[in-house]
Design a protein around this ligand. Sequence first.
Ligand SMILES: [Zn+2]
Length: 254
Amino acid sequence: MKLFLRNSILSVLGHFKKITNGIHILNSHYISKENIPKEVFFELLSLFSKQADFINIEEAVKAIKEKTHQNQKLIAFTFDDGFEECYTKIAPVLKEFKTNAAFFINPAFIDADNEYKNYFLNNIVHTPHKNPMTWEMIKELHSQGFVIGNHTYNHLKLVGLDSDKLNRQIILSKQYIEQKLNAPCNYFAWTYGGLKDIDNAALTLALQSHPYVFSSDNYTHYFSYNNKVLNRRHIEGNWPLSHVVYFLSKPKTY
Ligand SMILES: [Zn+2]
């Protein structure tokens, strides 16, 4: 199985288009929807590293805002939903490549009892074979230089919610993460990530409370909403690699 995956990655990347200059922020959730070994992720990063350099997410955001590093090929990583493999597989590989990632988490999923965990996995994020990270794992990643961001309290879609619900999903969720980490939580990625998956009230509250707000849409442009939202490119390790190749060969525009 591992050999097959490796060979299929290699064969697709044999036709790799050129990665374009600029900073590419990737948005994923896991290596694969199934539980596959971290070596598959290592192989992918090895192949990327032949054409591009990896950049810490904080540096990537700064470079995009200041329009620097435009003549380099740079890739930064983000992962949503806080699955256990962020700690057990993804972070160790990123460390081997001397880079980090932002992990966007849902506190209610971290705190879930078995019943809510199964509901969340089956009905909200549709990944029945996963588990959440624990707070201990998240604190350790944070102490190692990974960014921990807010992905709402329990992964509601931020459209049409009343102010109490918005406050819980955006503000209280941020404050809870800050209390757990004893550090500011400055990064927010809204659920589902599309520009249509957030309404004005929610976007306003997110921008008021978090310096860095991310979508997962409109990826050929660095920004949306008057330069206030940073666009990421949604990919997963289990998608056809032609999707990844296509993205990385697309020029980015301000
Ligand atoms: Zn999510």
